[in-house]
Design a binder for this molecule. Structure first.
Ligand SMILES: CCCCCCCCCCCCC/C=C/C(=O)SCCNC(=O)CCNC(=O)[C@H](O)C(C)(C)COP(=O)(O)OP(=O)(O)OC[C@H]1O[C@@H](n2cnc3c(N)ncnc32)[C@H](O)[C@@H]1OP(=O)(O)O
Length: 648
């Protein structure tokens, strides 16, 4: 059968024109293809029903490059006019300067002119293991479709030089790491993802998301009945930090960097020395990274005083308690400091989970009690969750907001519940991953898919970093508070039993060695197998088969679901506060706008339907919240304000 050579264009109901190169077996860019591309790109830009364009190749290959036969004809005839004009008219005017976004959907291979066409597009979505290269020099010509200019801008000069001068190809996986490929998706999802990318660019989503985060961050400084009540923040000249561990020393460092005098209290000389050394190490590391001058570090350190009792607490303006998550200990400390400290002193806890009313139970000055929830490392992460109880005074909130800004944090005022806003919203993040692993999905794949989505760490590696001991400590607190939607996984307990505390002792799901990247630890798979036997949730004892998209949905949709409950209960003043908290506290990708903004781009109705189906299969962990159902059914966005105001 004669091979079908040509370029086709199909415009979908979504307004995306898919332009396909067909020239078996490698979709080489013969003259008819070049002229066909020019015609179709021109048409796509003219048509009012086309919002965006996807360029792809037929038969599982993007394009093997310019048609080498033409070179042969030119050699034979000496007729250079056989060479079609490609660089300016096609690659620059019609593609790169296209008024409509153009995304290349690359599968199999994109070589020579094929890769050069893909680089003239505004984004590249690729299937795994595609071969990408500019092998023109092997034919005695240069990458004449602009590759010598575009490749260095995408992957850097050194790598581009290597690829061009040595005609070295790379895979799409390496291309993603280098920035040549914007998204890596299974072949099955290549076109749909490319269409979505093209529409997102057309709708300015990426820009929209970042602009949203910009204004959302500024909106956090507006707290009704606090910042509009005519109050003035009181200066915090001297602050005491109780507990010199990872968090306490980080908080002390952040305070010192804003020229605040700090008293650091520990229970014994050994712990105190350790805490003081940690502060010193934090400052030294900032100096070594060029973030702080040596003399500023010295000045900061001069403001620090280590103590073993409360004698220095008589004139402090604020106490920030940062001891272990033990309720009795915290209650004891709050009772003691209330007796010692001056009446105006703010009594703050850095607890990440415990109800503040419980912590302050044995005190009388409830209006001075507030949560100052920092995120680790406290001197680096910018989010400061200010947790208010129904008794916390407006003045105390305003003072802590002002201090937060002074120490270069972004204060977000949230309500008092287990996990407050961020940790509560994201507790399903780890649980969803545990469920997938217990359902037989490879744990390292789960982390890889979630980092491809844009999170800095996958949920399992995050567990390693936080330490599995902490995971165990808070597990029961969440189970007690949100038991109806908790997935009970034995994995954390089994890890600890096998001596895997996480990065803290060099082993968790990954192996952590100084000076090298974390490496997946295959020996952890025996622990995973034990967990799977205990939970026994694999259907018919067999691992489930899920796409990468389903992995993202099974982990992040329950997070969105919990965010809906946080919105519904008025734990945050506005939805955009939760976007800011998710970006700054959990490093949710800012180019996706934050957890609620992203959910609205995916669509509440789609999320609701997916969760409903998942809950029918896997139970209450996925059960859609009332808020999500209501919004989905009424075609409302999750970010639309509730009729009734927040509870704060
Ligand atoms: C000299 C002229 C002077 C002009 C001066 C102007 C200078 C400015 C330059 C202007 C243009 C430059 C810009 C762009 C240049 C290019 O793109 S050059 C081509 C770059 N591409 C390649 O080098 C790829 C070469 N091909 C391969 O590496 C492999 O074929 C493959 C694509 C990886 C596939 O391998 P495999 O699956 O093993 O199949 P093969 O058996 O190798 O090939 C299958 C058939 O396909 C034919 N073919 C392959 N590539 C091309 C191609 N680019 N053009 C035409 N035909 C191609 C191959 O010959 C096989 O054919 P059959 O034997 O008939 O089956």
């Amino acid at each position: 059968m004669a091979k079908k050579i040509g370029v086709t264009m199909e415009v979908g109901n979504d307004g995306v024109a898919v332009i396909t190169i067909s020239n078996p077996p490698v979709n080489s860019l013969a003259s008819p293809i070049i002229s066909g591309l020019k015609e179709k790109f021109h048409a796509a830009n003219q048509r009012s029903d086309v919002k965006a364009i996807v360029l792809t190749g037929n038969g599982g290959r993007f394009s093997g490059g310019f048609d080498i036969n033409v070179f042969q004809q030119v050699h034979k005839t000496g007729d250079i006019s056989l060479m079609p004009e490609v660089s300016i008219d096609l690659v620059c005017n019609l593609m790169e300067d296209s008024r409509k976004p153009l995304v290349a959907a690359v599968e199999g291979l994109a070589l020579g002119g094929g890769l050069e066409l893909a680089m003239a597009c505004h984004a590249r979505v690729a299937a795994p293991k595609a071969q990408l290269g500019l092998p023109e020099l092997t034919l005695g010509v240069i990458p004449g479709f602009g590759g010598t200019q575009r490749l260095p801008r995408l992957v850097g000069l050194a790598k581009a030089t290597d690829m061009i001068l040595l005609s070295k190809s790379i895979t799409s996986e390496e291309g993603q790491k280098l920035g040549l490929v914007d998204a890596l998706v299974p072949s099955g999802g290549l076109l749909s993802t490319s269409r979505k990318w093209a529409l997102d660019i057309a709708d300015g989503h990426t820009a929209k998301a970042l602009v949203h985060v910009f204004f959302a961050q500024r909106a956090t400084s507006k707290v009704p009945n606090v910042t509009d009540a005519g109050l003035k923040p009181r200066p915090m000249k001297k602050v005491a930090v109780i507990g010199g561990g990872l968090m306490g020393s980080g908080i002390a460092t952040a305070l010192l960097l804003s020229n605040t005098r700090v008293v650091l209290k520990e229970v014994n000389p050994e712990y105190l020395q350790k805490g003081l050394k940690s502060v010193e190490a934090n400052l030294k590391s900032l100096v070594s990274r060029g973030k702080l001058t040596q003399d500023k570090a010295g000045k900061a350190l001069s403001l620090l005083k280590g103590v073993l009792d409360y004698a220095e607490f008589k004139d402090v303006d604020m106490v920030i308690e940062a001891v272990i998550e033990n309720i009795q200990l915290k209650q004891k400390i709050f009772k003691e400091i209330e007796e010692i400290c001056p009446p105006h002193c703010i009594l703050a806890s850095n607890t990440s989970t415990i109800d503040l009313n419980v912590i302050g139970e044995k005190t009388n000055s409830k209006d001075s009690i507030v949560g100052a929830h920092f995120f680790s490392p406290a001197h680096i992460m910018t989010l400061l969750e200010i947790v208010r109880t129904e008794n916390t005074s407006a003045q105390v909130i305003l003072d802590l907001m002002a201090l937060g800004k002074a120490i270069k944090k972004v204060p977000v005022v949230v309500g008092n519940c287990i996990g407050f806003a961020v940790n509560r919203t994201f507790f399903p993040y780890t649980q969803g991953a545990h469920m997938l692993v217990n359902l037989g999905v490879d744990l390292f794949r789960v982390d890889s898919v979630i980092t491809s989505f844009g999170m800095p760490l996958g949920p399992l590696q995050l567990g390693d970093l936080a330490g599995h001991g902490i995971g165990m400590a808070v597990k029961d607190i969440y189970a007690k508070a949100y038991g109806d939607r908790i997935f009970r996984s034995p994995l954390t307990e089994l890890l600890l039993k096998s001596g895997r505390n996480g990065k803290i002792n060099g082993r968790g799901y990954y192996i952590y060695e100084k000076g090298s990247k974390p490496k997946p630890d295959p020996s952890v798979l025996s622990v995973v197998e034990e967990s799977r036997k205990l939970t026994n949730i694999m259907p018919g004892g067999k691992p489930i088969s899920v796409t990468d998209k389903e992995i993202v949905e099974m982990i992040l949709f329950p997070v969105v679901n919990e965010a809906c409950r946080v919105l519904d209960e008025g734990v945050v003043i506005r939805a955009s506060d939760l976007d800011v908290a998710s970006v700054l506290g959990m490093s949710f990708p800012s180019y996706r706008g934050g957890i609620v903004f992203w959910a609205d781009t995916v669509g509440p109705k789609y999320i609701y339907e997916r969760l409903k189906r998942l809950s029918e299969t896997y139970g209450g962990f996925f059960k859609p919240s009332r808020y999500l159902e209501e919004r989905a059914m009424n075609g409302m966005l999750l970010s639309e304000p509730k009729a009734s105001r927040s509870r704060m």
